[in-house]
Design a binder for this molecule. Structure first.
Ligand SMILES: Cc1cc2nc3c(=O)[nH]c(=O)nc-3n(C[C@H](O)[C@H](O)[C@H](O)COP(=O)(O)O)c2cc1C
Length: 214
């Protein structure tokens, strides 16, 4: 066998080896990502189904870092035209929460909570048409659900207590938190580690679904 032929055979063997390694890499990456996706889907669904309103809390403290994570989750929500017409007031002063609890009969659990977050619409944020957002309560609702889901995932308990659309509750929150006029409180979310063993409700109902036509 002459040198030229040897060279060709070695090159061919190397090329086949390289191709085989590449195919192996692509196939193994695909196998690794599929179960990863499946696992993520299961974890997310489990978290959504586990979320429940929690209205009683232990004395275990909740840190500002944890509260910041909740607000970060809230701000990841979608908003109409990406206007993000929101502000978040984080409350971890026990006196302030006692005062709020006294003013809000539907949010008495604030007295026991470690912290609370008021999700507010910001009317100074203008939409593309130059007017204040008409979607603020929808955008802030999406943010609130993100926040509640993140709280659930962190082992925290929380509950949406209404501000908007009740004028008396909105006014109570506004005055307690010194909110300026362009900031409208959609809700106030007490937060703490759950006391007892609150359980989620199973709300799935096939009758609420229509496929293609009513
Ligand atoms: C717009 C809205 C307003 C609510 N207001 C209050 C409230 O003022 N006080 C309260 O204890 N729960 C309030 N909730 C919580 C509901 O009572 C609760 O979500 C509902 O009973 C379903 O229970 P779950 O959250 O455990 O699935 C409110 C929820 C929403 C979405």
């Amino acid at each position: 066998m002459n040198d030229a032929l040897k060279y060709k055979i070695v090159s061919l063997v190397l090329a086949i080896g390289l191709l085989a390694s590449l195919i192996h890499l692509v196939v193994s990456q695909k196998q690794a990502t599929q179960p990863e996706h499946k696992r993520a889907a299961e974890i997310v669904m489990q978290n959504i189904l586990s979320r429940k309103s929690v209205r009683s809390y232990t004395n275990r403290p909740v840190s500002r870092a944890q509260l910041d994570t909740l607000v970060r989750a809230a701000m990841a929500a979608p908003t109409g035209m990406d206007t993000r017409p929101w502000k978040f007031v984080v409350i971890d002063d026990k006196n302030a929460m006692q005062q709020l609890a006294a003013k809000l009969p539907r949010a008495k659990m604030l007295a026991e909570a470690q912290a609370a977050i008021a999700v507010c619409g910001d009317m100074s944020v203008l939409s593309k048409d130059g007017k204040p957002s008409r979607n603020w309560m929808l955008d802030c609702s999406a943010a609130t659900e993100n926040l509640l889901l993140q709280a659930e995932a962190m082992g925290l308990g929380a509950v949406w207590t209404a501000g908007y659309p009740y004028p008396d509750r909105m006014e109570a929150i506004k005055s307690a938190l010194s909110l300026p006029d362009h900031i409208i409180p959609l809700n106030l979310i007490p937060i703490g580690y759950p006391k007892g063993d609150p359980q989620p409700k199973d709300k799935y109902n096939k009758d609420n679904i229509h496929y293609n036509k009513w």
